[in-house]
Design a binder for this molecule. Structure first.
Ligand code: FES
Length: 144
């Protein structure tokens, strides 16, 4: 795509805690990303991260739940690694020393825009080729 596509407002992301959308990449693959607020005043108010843990294929944003955000970090529901909401970096647990892939967005006038030329916006919400397990494994002992 070229130009920019309005996704939502900063206020909506802050009120809901996270906001999911789906794009199609240049290879025709649909990928989910989610927006989360970033509290660092030197960075944009919102960042966008791939909705897949770097450790295993586990969604970080789950329908009906959203992303679990604690103290500036997105918590993986499967093994509990925490990714910085502003940088996507993880320094702990099974996903330590990895960073979530991002997609290019811009925040302007309180609105959030997709500005990444490598992807095309498909829809707000999840992708529809949905044969992954959406929840954490049954072996998870984490409770939120
Ligand atoms: S699947 Fe996310 S930490 Fe293991």
């Amino acid at each position: 795509m070229s130009g920019r596509y309005r996704l939502t407002s900063v206020d909506a992301v802050e009120e809901e805690g996270s906001w999911l959308f789906t794009v199609r990449d240049q290879h025709g693959n649909d990928e989910e990303f989610f927006l989360v607020p970033c509290d660092d005043p030197d960075r944009p108010a919102v960042e966008a991260w791939l909705n897949r843990c770097t450790h295993e294929s586990q969604r970080l944003y789950r329908e009906g739940v959203g992303a679990i955000v604690r103290d500036g970090g997105v918590v993986c529901p499967k093994h509990g690694s925490i990714f910085d909401t502003c940088t996507g970096y993880c320094d702990n647990g099974e996903a330590a020393d990895t960073t979530l892939p991002d997609v290019e967005i811009a925040v302007d006038g309180g609105q959030v825009y997709l500005v990444d030329d490598d992807v095309t916006f498909l829809r707000a919400g999840p992708s529809r080729d949905d044969d992954d397990d959406d929840g954490p494994s049954s072996t998870s002992h984490l409770q939120f």
